[in-house]
Design a protein around this ligand. Structure first.
Ligand SMILES: Nc1ncnc2c1ncn2[C@@H]1O[C@H](COP(=O)(O)OP(=O)(O)OP(=O)(O)O)[C@@H](O)[C@H]1O
Length: 241
């Protein structure tokens, strides 16, 4: 059997008295798309931060392509091929869409190739017509796609998306789902999201976090039917909708 792309072994994170992530053993295969769901404070963002080197685990290990990256710095992990799109877009508002993508693409592509890569990326994220607009003037959804383009331009093998559909209109959510499915034709992704409509559009296998631990992992249809998941999470989602 092929080695997993990403693996965590007994991963733990403590913030003083708060045990935010508890003994998480998680495996992601090459090319897989996994969704992480769970109530607020379940530890999803903390888990992501340990995968990208923003936080070093209190205990346990993160392995990427078999290499132990538990204590690696964020820039080393990014260079190894893990990219993250955070909840708050990490974009330059005073630069155009093209300039934002160019800055990212030029880090790994040669001068001869970078303009072509940028044009292809603009097409891929659906922003060719908005290429010369300042990012600060774009709608919320478009800003999110710019950040996705920035992450994709560095050609990571694994892309982490933290609530990519948050605050989007129905139409923007549909387009983002389409984009995520397209990305998954060539890359592995882990997506944290509360929007269950969005999860339904993209998900195959889902991991449910609760109180820092993995509660259950299953295909999306089984997760939606799971009484425990409905009780701790989905019921509350429905009530809040
Ligand atoms: N830097 C920190 N210092 C102290 N406690 C923290 C810190 N970061 C997170 N926590 C705590 O760790 C727990 C897990 O938080 P985390 O943000 O990972 O949850 P989450 O599942 O991402 O929640 P949400 O869905 O609301 O984003 C919470 O109790 C949170 O208050």
């Amino acid at each position: 059997m092929a080695a997993p792309l990403l693996e965590t072994r007994d991963l733990n994170m403590r913030f003083g008295g708060v045990h935010a992530v508890r003994n998480v053993n998680f495996t992601l295969d090459e090319g897989e798309l996994r969704c992480l769901i769970g109530p607020n404070g379940a530890g999803k963002s903390t888990f992501f931060k340990m995968l990208t080197g923003q936080l070093q685990p209190s205990q346990g290990h993160v392995l990427f392509r078999g290499y132990d990256i538990s204590n690696a710095h964020a820039h080393q992990i990014a260079r190894m091929g893990i990219g993250i799109k955070t909840q708050v877009p990490n974009v330059f508002d005073g630069l155009s869409v093209r300039e934002n993508i160019w800055l990212s693409a030029s880090r790994i592509h040669s001068r001869e190739r970078v303009n072509q890569v940028v044009d292809e990326m603009l097409e891929r994220i659906g922003l060719t017509a908005a290429a010369n607009r300042l990012v600060g003037q774009l709608a919320h959804g478009q800003r999110q796609w710019v950040e996705l383009g920035i992450v994709l331009s560095t050609d990571p093998e694994l892309i982490l998306l933290d609530e990519p559909a948050a605050g989007m209109t129905h139409e923007e959510v549909n387009k983002t789902a389409e984009l995520v499915r397209e990305i998954n034709r060539s890359k592995a992704l882990i997506v944290v999201e509360h929007d269950m409509q969005f999860i339904r559009m993209i998900a195959k296998k889902v991991t449910v976090f609760n109180q820092g631990s993995v509660l259950v992992e299953d295909d999306v249809e089984n997760i939606l039917r799971n009484p425990l998941v409905r009780d701790i999470y989905l019921g509350k989602q429905a009530a809040a909708a």
